[in-house]
Design a protein around this ligand. Structure first.
Ligand code: COA
Length: 259
C-alpha cells in the first residue's frame, strides 16, 4: 500500500518504518506524502493508541531530506517544499495520540526534525543527530529551527545549527534530546515496551495529558492552567475515571474502556 513506508499494527500500537534503506531513508517528496497519509490513517483508526516511527536498515533513522531532489529546487519550490514538510510534521505533533521516535541510526536534517516532531524520543547507542543543512547552504526547513531551540538550550541549538555538528547518542541524552539510549538490538523492543505501557492506561487521560503538555508551546502558564482544569474536568466525567478510582479502592487492576 505504501512504496516508501512499512506499516504494521501490534495490538494497540502502530509501527511506521521509513523504508528507503539504500538512500539512508532520505525523505523524498513521495515519502513525505506517504507520511501524511499514514498518520491520517493512524489518527482515524480507533484501535491505535500509540505510534512508533523508525527507520529501515542498520544505519539510518532518516538521513535528511532527499538531497537529489533538493538540488533541483528554486526559491518558489524550495519554500513550498518547506511548507509541505512543516505541515506533515505538525500533523504528527498534533496527532492527538502519542508518537514515539525510535531513532536507530542517523537522524540528520529532516530526520532530526521528524524525531523532534514526535512526542518522545528513544535512541540506539549508534544514533547520531544533527542539523547539517548549513553544509549545503540552507537552513533547517521542517521546523528544526523552532523545535530544537525549544527542546534544548537555545544557545546550544544555535551552535548545532550554525556548525552542522553531529550529536552522538550520549550527548543527545545529556542535553535532553532523547529520553533513553539502548543497545541497537534492544531498541525496537524497548520502544514497544514504552508504547504498550502507555497503551495500557486510560486513553482519555493519555490524550488529555498530551494535549495539555503540548499547549505549553503556545500558551502562557495561566492559559495553560485553564486548559488543564477544563481537561481535568473532562477526565473526571469519564467512565475510565470511575473505573480507575474504583479499581484502586477495590485493590484490583483497572479495565479501561476509553469512555
Ligand atoms: N538525500 C539523498 N540521498 C542520500 C542522503 C540524503 N539526505 N543521505 C544519504 N544518501 C544516499 C547517498 O547518496 C548514497 O547513495 P548512493 O549509494 O546512490 O551513492 C546512500 O544514501 C548511502 O549514503 P553514503 O553517503 O554513501 O553513506 P555514508 O555511510 O558514507 O555516510 C552520512 C552517511 C549520513 C554521513 C551521509 O550519507 C550524509 O552526510 N548524508 C547527508 C546528510 C544531510 O546532509 N542531511 C541533511 C539534508 S537537508
Amino acid at each position: 500500500m505504501y512504496e516508501n513506508l512499512l506499516f504494521e499494527k501490534r495490538g494497540n500500537v502502530a509501527l511506521v518504518t521509513i523504508n528507503r534503506p539504500e538512500k539512508l531513508n532520505a525523505l523524498n517528496d513521495a515519502t513525505i506524502t506517504e507520511l501524511e497519509k499514514v498518520f491520517t490513517e493512524i489518527k482515524t483508526d480507533d484501535e491505535i493508541y500509540v505510534a512508533i516511527i523508525t527507520g529501515a536498515g542498520e544505519k539510518a533513522f532518516v538521513a535528511g531530506a532527499d538531497i537529489k531532489e533538493l538540488n533541483q529546487m528554486n526559491v518558489v519550490s524550495g519554500e513550498a517544499m518547506s511548507v509541505k514538510g512543516q505541515k506533515v510534521f505538525d500533523q504528527i505533533e498534533n496527532l492527538g495520540k502519542p508518537v514515539i521516535a525510535a531513532v536507530n541510526g542517523y537522524a540528520l536534517g529532516g530526520g532530526c526534525e521528524l524525531a523532534m516532531a514526535c512526542h518522545i524520543r528513544v535512541a540506539s547507542a549508534k544514533a547520531k543527530f544533527g542539523q547539517p543543512e548549513v553544509n549545503l547552504g540552507i537552513i533547517p526547513g521542517y521546523g528544526g529551527t523552532q523545535r530544537l531551540a525549544r527542546l534544548i538550550n537555545p544557545g546550544r541549538a544555535l551552535e548545532y545549527i550554525l556548525t552542522g555538528d553531529m550529536i552522538d547518542a550520549t550527548e543527545a541524552l545529556q542535553i535532553g534530546l532523547v529520553n533513553h539510549v539502548y543497545e541497537p538490538e534492544e531498541l525496537t523492543d524497548k520502544a514497544f515496551e514504552l508504547a504498550n505501557k502507555i497503551a495500557s492506561k486510560g486513553q482519555i487521560a493519555v490524550r488529555m495529558a498530551l494535549k495539555t503538555v503540548l499547549a505549553t508551546k503556545e500558551t502562557s502558564q495561566s492559559e495553560g492552567q485553564k486548559l488543564e482544569a477544563a481537561l481535568f474536568g473532562v477526565c473526571i466525567g469519564s467512565e475510565d475515571f470511575k473505573e480507575g478510582t474504583s479499581a484502586f479502592l477495590e485493590k484490583r487492576k483497572p479495565e479501561f474502556k476509553n469512555k
